[in-house]
Design a protein around this ligand. Sequence first.
Ligand code: AKG
Ligand code: FE2
Length: 302
Amino acid sequence: MRVCTDYKCKFMDMLLIKVMTAYFASNWVHGLAALEIGRELAKEALVGKSQNWKVSTSRGLESSDVSTLGEYPPYNVACSSSDQRQSVEMYFEGVRKEMRSRRTVSGTEKRHQLWPLDKLRLELDEAWPAGAGLARETVHPKRPFGGGLPRIMFGPTRWRKGFIHVDEMAPLNAYHGQFSANIYLLPPNYSSTDSVSLSVDGESTPCSFEALHIWPLGIRSRLDWYKNALTLSGLTAQDPELQHILREALGKPNSVFVEPGDLVLLCVQRPHAAVGFQSGCRVSLQCFVQHRGSNKRLLIDS
Ligand SMILES: O=C(O)CCC(=O)C(=O)O
Ligand SMILES: [Fe+2]
């Protein structure tokens, strides 16, 4: 796999033109700080505060292996609710609450912290020529979308190897695309006696785990989608047989191993899967990043 670790490279362009399949920044949040936040979020999830991230399938909305935590559900979930109008209102209210509460150190009203998703937004704004910021409603009152949510998985996962999917069903295009940023916090195999190793370069350490599979497939035209429609339908149906056919057809994936604090950016128009596991709780932070050309602002939402 071509993984780019040069922070200054034009990573978005490179992800799109297929030079690499993932942008990887090691120890992007300090490992110990990442673990600490991960453990706090796992506690929130274990007392039942998480909600399932339902996915749209041909059979309607279905439960997935993933839950989110926080004051609002992902936008696609809010929009698919039976009472869509009210859920969308609650979404925008929740977005404000979530961002404010995560910046406050728990238990105190007065101490603030740099929430990793805020750090990501700031650094993207500084790095990208046209800046980066929250996506906003297109019509009045132009409220901002969410800046990202904690993403929780519990073992055993339903999909042992992970559920292969795309988050945006659109051919790859060199000028615009949909990305996802993941900040890994707590590995599923973590036990509190493990020490965090900050070593890199693929060495196996107590905290390193195989997080993600990405297939270097690049569908570049609508025609390509239609020609492979049957196989690719496995990307949207939570159907074991279709997933099996798809896995066979796609071949060997690129594997991404991470440690607490690592950041991975990928183009979600390529098939990918969060790797399944037997036990434990896996915690990361995730947001989407819309790329609309190098002279346009990057838009973040969740
Ligand atoms: O949790 C992960 O490793 C990847 C999650 C995912 O599917 C995405 O970022 O689109
Ligand atoms: Fe995804």
